[in-house]
Design a protein around this ligand. Sequence first.
Ligand SMILES: Cc1cc2nc3c(=O)[nH]c(=O)nc-3n(C[C@H](O)[C@H](O)[C@H](O)COP(=O)(O)O)c2cc1C
Length: 399
Amino acid sequence: MIQRRNFVRLVGGGAVAVATAGTLAACSLTPEYPAAAVEIWRGPGHETDVRKRAIAYAVTAPNPHNRQPWLLDVDTPDTLTLYCDTERLLPETDPFGRQILIGHGAFIELLVMALAEQGVRSEVQLWPEGELPRTLAAWSRKPVARLVLSPGARPDPLFAQVLLRHTPKMRYDTTQPVSAQALQKLIEAGGQRGGGVQSGGTVDAVRVEPLRKLCLDAARVELLTPATAMESVRLMRVGPDEILQHRDGISITSRMARIFSVLGQFDRSRPPTADSAAYKQALQTFDDYSNTAMGFVWLSTARNGRNDQIETGRAYVRQQLQATAAGVGIHPMSQALQEFPEMAPHFEAVHRMLLERPAPRTVDDSTVQMMCRIGYPFASVPATPRRPLPQFFRRAAAA
Ligand SMILES: Cc1cc2nc3c(=O)[nH]c(=O)nc-3n(C[C@H](O)[C@H](O)[C@H](O)COP(=O)(O)O)c2cc1C
């Protein structure tokens, strides 16, 4: 019989921690998601509507905690209007919505590419009714972007990578360094679109080592700050039923985690303490990520306006598509870039280390927008769930 103290707890941003007196330490994420949860990765199938076909590709965009916070209005012909779904924000780890909007930039870039693939040109107008304010609580249903469509666009060669792109939330092979040439290609891919996004990177051990340590130190803060730890815990989807029900957040398929969930032995009501096995296991996952980083790439902007955040997302997804084509793994490690008060020392450190500047104090200051570990994953990288397409439409009639 399972003892009450042998509960399972799970925490972490894309990380998994499982513990019952140490016996479950071997539990891990496995790629066996229910087929329906990952059906979007087979493409839009028989859908004939040009805009809906494009949206089916765009919802595969990378986005923080896989919240998929996008809503579309397709009621006006030859137009697509994108809104942020304010029910899907991350107020603890992303209190100013910066990362959420990077996810919108990635969405827009894939949307434009998927339309171009069908010969449709998009004129992207950001913030047609004004920018979203700095404070999340004041966010309203103002559109993020309006795309006005017309005939005539050339396909983008990177489009071939869209359904192959997956974020490698796994260890990298430490026997396989990333070459200076491969790094250079990734840096170029990050800066290719322009839009004010600066792209940097390193595979130099003298720089990589302190960045690995920074990632781990920052993860410790996220895990030990109750509000940020609980934000992740609440987004955990354990086992096929929960994964199918939500098709977002942090999907967990480990057999042991499922058994404990079925038996009602999961404790997802409290954050883990520093002496708990759950915390130690979560930290081990971050240790695996950080200490197998064979290099880092980052994107920064000279300002931190809403357009800069959107442009970063557009640049980032292109960089990850290019990495997919090159077979290199690129995995965001965003803990040090989170803007809650307890993270402030690491937020400061990451700006000094990457930009040789202090952390931004105002919208006019240089900002590191993304930092990713790079390397070669040990195994093929699984696709992550996406919600059913009709859920992304703002009006029921469009579903
Ligand atoms: C702005 C941003 C920040 C992210 N930060 C992290 C992170 O800190 N850790 C992580 O594992 N993944 C991070 N991701 C990747 C998402 O977890 C991933 O895109 C999402 O789970 C969907 O998976 P997919 O990219 O394989 O489709 C980030 C993505 C974006 C766009």
